[in-house]
Design a protein around this ligand. Structure first.
Ligand SMILES: [Zn+2]
Ligand SMILES: [Zn+2]
Length: 125
């Protein structure tokens, strides 16, 4: 009969195991939350890209827009261009090929030049 009493303790051990498992699950769900935060930050970056527009014609570049690092007289006066094609807004105007920091960015729509920083829309309150 005493054996049966001992056996009755088995569910209690299982209960502890369940708690441990639950704690583990909780830990997993916390890391999932972290992953979500990273995703949200990525979304924020996307919104940041939407705030870029040509200050002259309001044209908005997309992540598929491409600029070429090519010799430019007015207004950049840069004559050792490397010919790299990239999206200038992913590097804030820095050419990944020759590391030239482009101060000016030409518009792919109206072909006019504007200072790179003027392309970023100022956040309205
Ligand atoms: Zn270059
Ligand atoms: Zn433009």
């Amino acid at each position: 009969m005493k054996y049966k009493k001992l056996k009755k303790q088995t569910p209690h051990t299982r209960y502890i195991k369940i708690i441990l498992f639950w704690l583990l699950q909780k830990k997993i769900s916390t890391s999932t939350k972290d992953a979500l935060t990273t995703k949200q930050e990525l979304e924020k970056e996307k919104i940041g890209f939407n705030r870029i527009r040509c200050p002259l014609c309001e044209w908005r570049p997309s992540k598929f827009s491409r600029w070429v690092c090519s010799d430019c007289e007015n207004p950049e006066y840069f004559y050792s261009a490397c010919g790299t094609v990239w999206n200038t807004f992913t590097t804030q105007g820095l050419c990944p090929g020759c590391n030239h920091q482009w101060r000016w960015t030409s518009c792919l729509s109206c072909s006019q030049w504007s200072l790179h920083e003027t392309w970023y829309e100022k956040q309205s309150c």
